[in-house]
Write a protein that binds this ligand. Sequence first.
Ligand code: ADP
Ligand code: MG
Length: 287
Amino acid sequence: SIPLSFFGGIGGASRNGILIKGGNFLEALQKVDTVVFDKTGTLTKGIFSVTRIQALSTKSEEEVLRLAALAEMHSNHPIALSIKRAYNASHEGNVEHYEELAGYGVKAHIDGQTILVGNDKLLHEQGIAHERITTPQSVVYVALEGELVGYLIIEDTPKEESKEAILALRSLGINEIIMLTGDHKATAQSVGEKLGITQIEAELLPHQKVEKLEEIMARKQGKGKTVFVGDGINDAPVLARSDVGIAMGGVGSDAAIEAADVVIMTDEITKVATALKIARKTHTIVW
Ligand code: ADP
Ligand code: MG
């Protein structure tokens, strides 16, 4: 049987826009000592803007952007959306084949030509020679027919309340706060510095995020529970695997809401600490 006060806790949480899918998760929240965050769309706004276009071959900057926008036509990744916004002309081109490579980018055949748009790992995996660009922003490479033709510099910014959300967790005694991301190290570190997160695991593919989470959980040897907070884009398996998966309901995908144990309907990241506080208060009533 579930103690009555668990219902009280769940009710209190729901009045705060926090949906907890059962008393067992409320109980787990009481024992949390580690909070792991996804970066893009969770700690950051997930709204990128293209701030620079660099052409590397005979192609113009306009053409590099056009190729990228064409290849991203069917992608809903935050990076794809930013590229399509920047191009804002009508898409002309016949997409014969399209593939989204989670954690890498996209590959498309358009008008008989192969276009790759994505990160350093994508170029490496596809055997395309290139110089690695390092900036605190994200770099999106564009290759045509096996040749690098340019890259885009795109920027995302931390959510206004992310720093406060981290401070609130630390004031609750949560010492282990970790960021996981598929983005490259320099970008992750720059976001970490702004928010006060020093434990960072970057350049992870979706399945490696799950492995990292399992590593973190194994280190604790059953002592303390681990929360993962994500938006569901490329991290639904991590939400499902953690002791308590918390999804952002406002922007989160249906997959995230499905895979999560707790949904923050208002999309306010500060409510991760609120959920812990409500759970702890419930604990006091029960025992
Ligand atoms: P995060 O872990 O930061 O939330 P993702 O796992 O969604 O990010 O993506 C990791 C990386 O894969 C991105 O930083 C980007 O370099 C690349 N990537 C993923 N999808 C796309 C796409 N549609 N277009 C370009 N690059 C992409
Ligand atoms: Mg993400």
